[in-house]
Structures are given as structure tokens and as C-alpha cells.
Write a protein that binds this ligand. Structure first.
Ligand code: SAM
Ligand code: FES
Length: 350
């Protein structure tokens, strides 16, 4: 029965594609509750009730790529573009450090103004000023030399979602990018020694349960340190504007399955989950997620980093998000951990 599949998944930390599909297709609410509960138990076993906070700095919405789903795609001529200068990014870090953050996530579109040299200089300054922090980059695809130089400058982690494990769907959604290159970049980041984050969207137009099963099997093989999963949410100025959003339920199922397939991963309760449902992030934490990434970007640029419609926290000061989330996390039954929060796999590698 499907119930027994879940027990086996808990023990063996894997299932066959057909078995994953059977779980995803099963409409039984109690089965899904059991899935989320097993993921919660696995997370408690590995990480306890701690939730790690990361300060997210969205430093440029300028992007040369043209992903069909994304609000900051180059083809969207209606966005006001911005790029924070290194000094402004350092100011966000200073504020974040004072609020207690010990991880900074620097995220942007693929903006080549930020050359290897500029990025390396910035990372060196952050790590010199704040040596007890971790720096996470999320700036898309770059060559091996750049990845190596940024690691040497002090970067610790890199988020590069694989977006979808279906080659066909990947190619349909990324007119300027290739499936093979994405996978090759993830491999390169991993072999260089970064803590690597992969991940995908749930509910992409045309995505099947079979595709989602492949996402889990790909993650199982890659064994990343971090896994970002969020619902696809449409943006009004993209070609996918009329497509239905991914559902909270399906995304929770995928978060829980990711926890059970890759138990040592750090899994964020994403902003997209908080946008799709008022308690989306809390629900994610209760289904196996253990990271939250509050926004540290300056208020005057927040609204311009809009990947999808109705994004939350556009008007909230960094300090407000910090304390709002602490309250939400405690109310959901967990405890905030302001440490660097390295992944268990990474700690055992070093
Ligand atoms: N440019 C970098 C990259 O591609 O890795 C980082 C920034 S990119 C905007 C960050 C993530 O946002 C993507 O990996 C994608 O999964 C997510 N995203 C973009 N548009 C989205 C949408 N409409 N709904 C949900 N997630 C979206
Ligand atoms: Fe930003 Fe709650 S997380 S206000």
C-alpha cells in the first residue's frame, strides 16, 4: 500500500520513480498528513527544532537571461531596473549583522556589470568586516574560473536551482539557456567545494508527477547541501501570465519528499510559499523545511525585484521582517538559530 511506501521511504531514504508518482497521485489527505509528519520527524532527527535565518540581499534585477516564468527576464520592458553599488550592499550587511544575521545571501539576475573582480572585491570586504559570517551567492551561471575566484575570495555557498529535471520542460522555459549547462554548473560548484543549493519550482505549466519524481531522483544523486522548492507563481508581464499557479499542497508534498530523500539538506520555507498562502512558510517548516530567508534589501528597491505577482514584505523594514519571522517561527513550534547554519554534509566533509 502507499502507506507502507512512506514507511519504507523513511527507512531507506529513497523510492523508485513509479512509487513517487503513486504517492503524488494519491488524493488521500491522511496519507499526505503522514508524509508531512514523517518529514518533520526526519528533520527533528537531523537538525532538531532550529530554524536558520539568512539575510537576503537582492542586489540587482538586471538580467541577460529570458526565463519565461520570471518577472525580471530581459524581455520584460516594464520593470524599472536597479543595481546596488558595492557600498550599498555593504550597508545592508552592516544592518543585517547588527540584527544578528550570520549568513548573507547575495542574489541577482545575471548582471555582467558585476565582473569577477568586482564580486571578489565585495566578498573579500564582507568577510574581512564580518569574519564569522557565511556568504551565499545566487547570481546564476558563470564559468569555472569565476566560481573558483569567488570561492577563493571567501564565498561559502552557492544557490543555483536546477529549476526542473525535465529536459523538455527546461528547454521550453529557458530560451537563452541549456539543460546541460545548468547541470554542468551545479557539478562544477560542487567539485570546487562550495556548499551547493539546487531546487525546482512546483506547478510549472505542463509539469507532470513524473517530472517531479525526476526532480527528487536528481536531488538524491546530486546530494546538495541546500534545496530550494517553491510554487511557480505567474507574473503579469511574462508569457506565463495566464497560467495557473502551483499549489501550496503540492509544494508541501515536494518539500516533505525532499526532506526524506536528502535528510541532511537545508531546506528553506520560501518567500513564494509565503506569497501563495498567508501561513505558507509555517506550513513548510512543519513539512520538513528548516531555513527562512528574510529580506535585507533596501526598501526603495524591494518592489523592483518582483519575480512573481503579489510578492510579500515589499514594504517591511529589515528589522520588521527579522522580528515578524522570529514570532512566526516560535508560534509554529520552532526556535530561531542565528548561527551560520552549515549543512550536516558540509560539516562532516570538513
Ligand atoms: N539569476 C539567478 C539564478 O537564476 O539562479 C538567481 C535569481 S533567480 C530570480 C532565483 C529563482 O527565482 C529562480 O531559481 C527561480 O526558481 C525563482 N523564480 C523566478 N521566477 C519565478 C516565478 N514566477 N515563480 C516562482 N519562482 C520563480
Ligand atoms: Fe517580512 Fe513578516 S517576514 S514582515
Amino acid at each position: 500500500s502507499t502507506e507502507q511506501l512512506l514507511d519504507r521511504l523513511y527507512e531507506e531514504e529513497s523510492l523508485e520513480a513509479q512509487e513517487i508518482i503513486a504517492v503524488l497521485r494519491n488524493p488521500d489527505q491522511n496519507l499526505k498528513k503522514r508524509l508531512h509528519h514523517l518529514a518533520h520527524l526526519k528533520r527533528m532527527e537531523r537538525y532538531g527544532d532550529r530554524v536558520f535565518l539568512r539575510g537576503l540581499i537582492e542586489f540587482s534585477n538586471i538580467c541577460k537571461q529570458n526565463c519565461l516564468y520570471c518577472g525580471i527576464r530581459s524581455g520584460n520592458k516594464t520593470v524599472r531596473r536597479y543595481r546596488l553599488q558595492p557600498e550599498q550592499i555593504l550597508e545592508c550587511c552592516r544592518e543585517g549583522y547588527e540584527l544578528g544575521y550570520r549568513t548573507f545571501v547575495l542574489q541577482s539576475g545575471e548582471d555582467d556589470w558585476y565582473t569577477t573582480e568586482k564580486l571578489a572585491g565585495l566578498i573579500t570586504r564582507i568577510k574581512t568586516l564580518y569574519p564569522d559570517t557565511a556568504v551565499t551567492l545566487s547570481i546564476g551561471e558563470r564559468d569555472d574560473e569565476t566560481y573558483a575566484a569567488l570561492l577563493a575570495a571567501g564565498a561559502d555557498r552557492y544557490l543555483l536551482r536546477h529549476e526542473t529535471a525535465s529536459r523538455k520542460l527546461y528547454e521550453a522555459l529557458h530560451p537563452t539557456m541549456t539543460f546541460d549547462s545548468r547541470r554542468n554548473r551545479l557539478k562544477a560548484l560542487k567539485s570546487l567545494g562550495y556548499q551547493v543549493g539546487a531546487g525546482f519550482m512546483v506547478g510549472l505549466p505542463g509539469q507532470t508527477p513524473g517530472d517531479l519524481a525526476e526532480d527528487l531522483l536528481y536531488l538524491k544523486a546530486l546530494e546538495p547541501d541546500m534545496i530550494g522548492i517553491g510554487p511557480f507563481l505567474p507574473h503579469q508581464a511574462t508569457p506565463l501570465k495566464d497560467e495557473p499557479a502551483g499549489t501550496v499542497i503540492n509544494t508541501l508534498d515536494m518539500i516533505a519528499l525532499a526532506r526524506l530523500f536528502v535528510p541532511n539538506a537545508l531546506i528553506p520555507a520560501t518567500t513564494a510559499m509565503g506569497t501563495a498562502h498567508p501561513n505558507g512558510r509555517e506550513l513548510a517548516l512543519q513539512a520538513g523545511a528548516n531555513v527562512v530567508m528574510p529580506n535585507l534589501s533596501p526598501l526603495n528597491v524591494r518592489a523592483q525585484y518582483t519575480l512573481y505577482n503579489n510578492k510579500i514584505c515589499l514594504g517591511d523594514e529589515s528589522a520588521q521582517c527579522r522580528f515578524c519571522l522570529e514570532q512566526r517561527i516560535e508560534a509554529a513550534g520552532f526556535h530561531v538559530d542565528m548561527g551560520r547554519g552549515d549543512s550536516l554534509n558540509y560539516l562532516s566533509r570538513t
